[in-house]
Design a protein around this ligand. Sequence first.
Ligand code: H79
Length: 447
Amino acid sequence: MTRAALLVMFAGLLAVQPVCLWSAESAPGAKPPAANADAMRRWQEMRFGMFIHWGPVSLKGTEIGWSRGKEVPKDEYDQLYTQFNPTRFDADEWVEVAKAAGMKYLVITSKHHDGFCLWDSKLTEYDVMSTPFGRDVLKELSAACKRQGILFSTYYSICDWHHPDYPTDSPGGRTHKAEPNMDRYVAYMKGHLREIVEGYGPLGILWFDGEWEEPWTHRHGLDLYAYVRSLQDGILVNNRVDKGRRGMQGATVSEEFAGDYDTPEQQIGGFNRRRPWETCMTICRQWAWKPDDRLKSLGECVETLVQTVGGDGNLLLNVGPMPDGRIEPRQVERLKELGAWLAKYGEGIYGTRGGPFMPGAWGASTCKGNSIYLFVTRWPDDGALLLPPIQQRIVHSRALSGAKTVVGQSESGIFINVARADRDEIATVIVLTVDAEAPAIPPVKVP
Ligand code: H79
């Protein structure tokens, strides 16, 4: 073989090398890799998912994130697992509830800040297999999701106030471990994530949290992002993997930070079509189950959903199951009501983008194809709703409830009315058909 032929062969070999994912060793300031575009599009089309916060702390009815070392003394908190026996847990039932609510994906706390692992981990004894229950919750739930066509995902908190290698401790990360070792802790986390992705994947999302603490750095974030993508390229990773998030509004401030989407917490994100986002919000007040916690009304749930989707975000609505393994019946009932609402009006939610009319006190809008969906939650006192003008011509209009609608369009705006008696108590949904692709219409502020 000639030298030239050898060279050609060598070049060919190089060309078929798998494209190495960007790693933390790259130049500082380099941009992390983009999200898998297909996975992102599929997830955004889903628009609505179920968040689940669960663990031995449900026995106390206090918060999973910050009651260790506060409402519940540390010693007591860390022994709760010895009594955790949720014999009424039925993974298929949970997934049926999510489906009945119109949710398309599910994210469960595999490990929260309290360090307890809800799956059979070979790397710690502080897991569900050491409880009297002794069943692998992630295994049963991921299998049920697969059976029923719900995208399974896991939450994983980076901060671990229980693990001796992680530097800070409860309450709330305000005390310190005696001999922490962050490198060893990162190896432990990576081992966990491998167990989860390989054992229960493919996952929709790895939903990180607890990144704000001092031991976690931008360098750790970049490295962990690359690691997770190397486990499963099509996985989505929220922005809490890295240090770019600011406040509970949850938006990443600059492109140098890793994370595929923003995560406003307990609030609805601002209108944003450029960067994907997901609001996470509790159906009651607490993330973990609390007896007699205040439950949001159906109107509050619907309004949250339409304001979120109208801003081009997803909604991850949280339930905290009870210590016996069931989702609380009144929460199930609310979720089913929400599902019934979506069965009627979901056409304007799933597969849509937010806008063009930006959300506000009046309601919100979504769009797909030639349709604009208006969700009018508050009509003006004097009757008709007036929206700012758009260039495109409205060729047809109807209310999804079948109510008679009056729509007028002029250079000064769009006039919309439905007789008071025909308006929906929660949201009157009106579809405008326009003579163009509605998602291409630039966003319009509604005064
Ligand atoms: O998993 C859920 C929360 O447990 C977790 N993120 C979501 C997805 C979270 N952990 N910490 N935080 C959110 C922020 C904590 C804010 C707090 Fe407070 C300030 C906790 C105690 C002081 C706000 C004010 C909540 C209680 C008092």
